[in-house]
Design a protein around this ligand. Structure first.
Ligand code: SIN
Length: 276
């Protein structure tokens, strides 16, 4: 199979053409897809059938798929896939006041082993709204002033599921909470595949800088988050049915958006385990 990779007119992202998940995916083709994800941080593939097994096989090529902490939204066929939906007919319709994931976050940053990548597949999309925003955390890091680079060098931060997701967060039950104690990660991560540095803090799950006073920590994180919220680092994906959008969680964060009240929107999500 021959695929072509076409960068999007955005600060991150590329579209992949020629991928046919109905046919076996040879190693060279998959390597090209994986390379595109490392280079562009977000990849989009369109025109894919809702063939659950084919999508699952594709997701598994990226690594082990991690069951999401919110076990109540696991797909009935496998916990490797979660359902993000407003549609009660899926059996996993969300009842939160804000759309699921409508806060900037990197999937599993609250885990001791944060995720390498997330794949989202659009089953049904609203006529309007429901876009997903992605932020390029490599560019965000690179464009910080030198004094800030110096200030954050060597710092670590504490992460916790659902810390600041507001109305978009589903609270963990006792068991889910017990499986997810606070974890600490470097504020700047070096991507082992690209060698590039990226900011690795996010408004949704990062609660404080480790070893820093509360006020100083809040002010530093707010400065970093204000910087990352600049549209010059963002790609806004407008969904069509039958698309996969994958993001590199080591070097991006993402946020759902609203604007589709009363309409159906269903995505399948696969989260790839971190490789360190
Ligand atoms: C997510 O946060 O993983 C879901 C994003 C979306 O629903 O747009």
């Amino acid at each position: 199979m021959t695929v072509t990779v076409s960068p999007l007119a955005a600060p991150l992202g590329a579209e992949i053409f020629g991928l046919d998940l109905k046919r076996p995916l040879d190693d060279a083709t998959f390597a090209a897809v994986r390379r595109a994800l490392v280079d562009h941080l977000v990849v989009v593939v369109s025109g894919l059938d809702p063939d659950f097994q084919a999508l699952l096989r594709f997701g598994r090529r990226f690594g082990r798929l991690v069951p999401h902490v919110l076990t109540q939204y696991h797909h009935p066929e496998t916990s490797e896939v979660s359902i993000i939906s407003t549609d009660p007919a899926t059996g996993a319709g969300r009842t939160t006041n804000a759309p699921a994931g409508a806060f900037w976050h990197s999937d599993l940053s609250y885990d001791a082993n944060p995720s390498d990548a997330t794949l989202l597949y659009s089953v049904e999309v609203p006529a309007q709204g429901g876009d997903t925003l992605f932020c390029n955390m490599v560019k965000a890091y690179q464009t910080l002033p030198a004094a800030m680079h110096k200030r954050i060098e060597g710092l670590t931060a504490v992460h916790r599921y659902g810390y600041r997701g507001g109305d978009a967060v589903v609270d963990l039950d006792k068991q889910q909470h017990a499986r997810h104690p606070d974890v600490v990660h470097p504020v700047v991560r070096v991507n082992r595949d690209s060698g590039r540095k990226a900011l690795f803090v996010n408004p949704g799950f990062t609660i404080r800088i480790a070893g820093m006073g509360a006020d100083e920590s809040r002010s530093l994180l707010d400065d970093l988050f204000d910087h990352c919220r600049k549209p010059e680092f963002h790609y806004r994906h407008k969904w069509r049915p039958g698309q996969i959008v994958a993001c590199d969680n080591r070097a991006t964060m993402h946020s759902a958006t609203g604007g589709y009240e009363g309409q159906k929107r269903t995505l399948w999500r696969m989260i790839v385990r971190g490789s360190g």
